[in-house]
Write a protein that binds this ligand. Structure first.
Ligand SMILES: Nc1nc2c(c(=O)[nH]1)N[C@H]1C(S)=C(S)[C@@H](COP(=O)(O)OP(=O)(O)OC[C@H]3O[C@@H](n4cnc5c(=O)[nH]c(N)nc54)[C@H](O)[C@@H]3O)O[C@H]1N2
Ligand SMILES: Nc1nc2c(c(=O)[nH]1)N[C@H]1C(S)=C(S)[C@@H](COP(=O)(O)OP(=O)(O)OC[C@H]3O[C@@H](n4cnc5c(=O)[nH]c(N)nc54)[C@H](O)[C@@H]3O)O[C@H]1N2
Ligand SMILES: [Mo]
Length: 555
């Protein structure tokens, strides 16, 4: 999955779990179902509310569990976050609650930004979002009177065609209130996969080398070419493709081979029918997996990877903390650590490739262990420059940037100064989602997770205990809609979009508002992605998993 840049640089939590939990006077939890998807952080928020009276505002179309702990639940329409946040900032400015000194000293672009926010009057915002005027006023007041506010978000903010704009709006809000670079504040995207932060940090994005260094920079390219025994020309100066751009190209027959590592696109990419055809059309599909996933039938070659419990290395968690993992059990069969498979593959490609390869190229791929890989990372990645297995093993807990071997790491980013110098305010306008309900498809589908399962469920559907608790996909339907659909007694529903149809049991609940259903993508027999739309954010290329139009019928 692609990362999202903010006004300050890389997409990462600016603050740490501890300082947020201990020092935030208020929380703005927007588009994160924290207790189900980040249970440790969810627990710390609940404790902060109960034990020291921190004020919690939840902004989520669904009545998630944290709402029980909130002083205010803003139940806005899906895909209206920019309007909502602009509205809150409008009220903050109208009351003079902004941090004038912070804005003057540490930011730029304020006037252009303010010109846009001025247009988002409470009345206009209430109309777009469906949030009552008093609640908008209350939310702005709570944030102004309980500083600092920690802003936390996850996929409810990013998985939209306006994902980048949503994130930038939240950055605007925190700069306006002067909540950056202080304990208990910050912009905090809660990262998802155990090592998605590490994967992004170390170049698992199409536009950057490790440490968010641009592939388009000739100096950076030269540095990497030298380290890897290549000429500059052997490294592409062009930005590559994201996963969501590869699939349409495979579908058109323009992308001929794909190597899928630790992803199950048949379950997790939007519009499954489209993905099936894309993988069928692709001439070579290599799948590097720990289980025969739903994508396995489309693979020409399977490369068995070792699971997290069967290898050594580091994972970087959501608060930029680099942590060691150790091999606990032997891998079954022929499974090998992913790094080993990749380096063997690289050597084979170099050997048969038509580039004039010298012996030196191979040595760049001769790793003995992950300790040696970390040494290379440190030598080429400024934010990891001081990281070593030795330091981690001696008990140091390092959060990047770790600038050198003596540097203690950085629990809070942007103290005193932003990495780009001044923080940039961005004028952001509300744009509606790509597909809204109409006569034929009158309801909104939103998709996401439940506590008991993990994405396509390859791991969690193999766990007996979890399957006992949550054995099949449930679709959340509001009581009001259930009655309209004639669901009394029956519980099965058919949900259709322009792209596909699923059938599953309904869970009749006020967790979803009227007019909206919520489905997960944990079960192949009723996966939400049969229905979702592959509309992308133009910058981050993230799909709009959180909004599409559907028809719901009782069966
Ligand atoms: N149990 C479990 N935990 C997980 C995962 C898992 O599969 N299972 N996956 C991990 C991964 S990779 C990730 S990325 C994270 C995801 O963590 P979350 O983002 O918390 O997960 P989602 O279930 O997608 O929930 C998104 C929330 O956004 C809300 N939402 C939907 N549309 C909108 C909108 O337009 N605006 C706003 N403000 N909110 C909206 C939804 O109602 C929901 O509460 O979870 C991680 N943790
Ligand atoms: N509708 C809808 N779709 C979504 C989302 C949503 O909210 N709604 N969320 C999106 C998000 S945020 C995410 S992160 C994706 C997640 O989607 P995926 O990345 O596809 O899901 P996972 O189940 O986390 O992992 C995929 C596979 O990795 C394998 N695996 C696990 N460990 C290892 C390992 O060490 N090595 C190797 N080689 N393989 C391993 C597992 O067996 C699994 O089959 O889904 C996205 N899709
Ligand atoms: Mo994710």
């Amino acid at each position: 999955m692609v990362g999202l840049a903010t006004a300050f640089g890389s997409g990462a939590m600016t603050n740490s779990i501890d300082d947020i939990a201990d020092d935030a006077q208020s929380f703005f939890v927007i588009g994160t179902n924290t207790t189900e998807n980040h249970p440790v952080i969810g627990m710390r928020i609940r404790q902060a509310v109960r034990q020291r009276g921190a004020k919690l505002i939840v902004a989520d179309p669904r009545k998630i569990d944290l709402v029980d702990f909130a002083v205010l639940h803003l139940r806005h329409k899906p895909g209206t976050d920019i309007a909502l946040v602009n509205g809150l900032m409008h009220i903050i400015l109208a009351n003079g609650w902004e941090n004038k000194e912070f804005i003057k000293k540490r930011t730029e672009g304020f006037d252009e930004f303010k010109a846009v926010v001025d247009k988002y009057t409470p009345e206009k915002v209430s109309e777009i979002t469906g949030v009552p005027l008093e609640e908008l006023q209350q939310a702005a007041e709570i944030m102004a009177q309980n500083k600092p506010t920690a802003v936390l978000w996850a996929m409810g903010i990013t998985q939209h065609t306006t994902g980048v704009g949503n994130v930038m709006s939240l950055a605007n809000l925190q700069m306006l209130l002067g909540n950056m670079g202080v304990p208990g504040g910050g912009t905090n995207p809660l990262r998802g996969q155990n090592n998605v932060q590490g994967a992004c940090d170390l170049g698992g994005l199409p536009n950057v080398y490790p440490g968010y260094q641009k592939v388009t920079s000739p100096e950076i390219r030269s540095e990497y070419a030298k380290a890897w025994g290549l000429t500059d020309e052997q490294l592409s100066p062009e930005i590559g493709l994201t996963a969501t751009e590869m699939m349409p190209l495979a579908f058109e027959g323009k992308l001929k081979a794909i190597h899928i590592l630790g992803e199950d696109p048949i379950m997790s990419e939007p519009d499954t029918n489209h993905i099936r055809k894309a993988l069928e059309t692709c001439e070579l599909v290599v799948l590097q997996e720990i289980f025969p996933s739903e994508t396995e039938p489309y693979a020409d070659v399977l490369l068995p990877g070792a699971s997290f419990a069967e290898k050594d290395g580091t994972f970087t968690n959501t608060e930029r903390r680099i942590q060691m993992v150790h091999k606990a059990v032997e891998s079954p069969g022929e499974a090998k650590p992913d790094w080993w498979i990749i380096s063997e593959l690289a050597k084979k490609i170099l050997a048969i490739g038509d580039r004039k390869v010298q012996e030196a190229d191979f040595s760049a791929w001769e790793y003995q262990d992950t300790n040696q890989i970390m040494e290379e990372i440190a030598s080429l990645t400024p934010i990891y420059a001081g990281v070593s297995h030795q330091r981690l093993l001696s008990g140091e807990t390092l959060q990047w940037p770790v600038k050198d071997k003596e540097h203690p790491g950085t629990p809070i980013l942007h103290v005193g100064q932003f990495s780009r110098g001044k923080g940039l305010f961005s004028p952001i306008e509300h744009v509606p989602p790509a597909e809204l309900p109409d006569k034929e498809y009158p309801m909104i589908l939103s998709t996401g997770r439940v506590l008991y399962h993990w994405h396509g469920g390859q791991m969690t559907r193999r766990s007996k205990g979890l399957l006992e608790i949550y054995p099949e996909a449930l679709i959340e339907v509001n009581d009001f809609d259930a009655e309209k659909l004639g669901l009394n007694g029956h519980k099965r529903v058919r949900v259709s979009s322009r792209r596909g149809t699923i059938e599953a049991e309904a869970m009749v609940t006020d967790r979803v508002p009227p007019g909206m259903v919520y489905a997960n993508f944990h079960f192949p027999e009723a996966s939400a992605n049969e229905l979702t739309i592959a509309a992308l954010d133009p910058v981050a290329k993230i799909p709009e998993y959180k909004v599409c139009a559907v028809k719901v019928e009782a069966v």
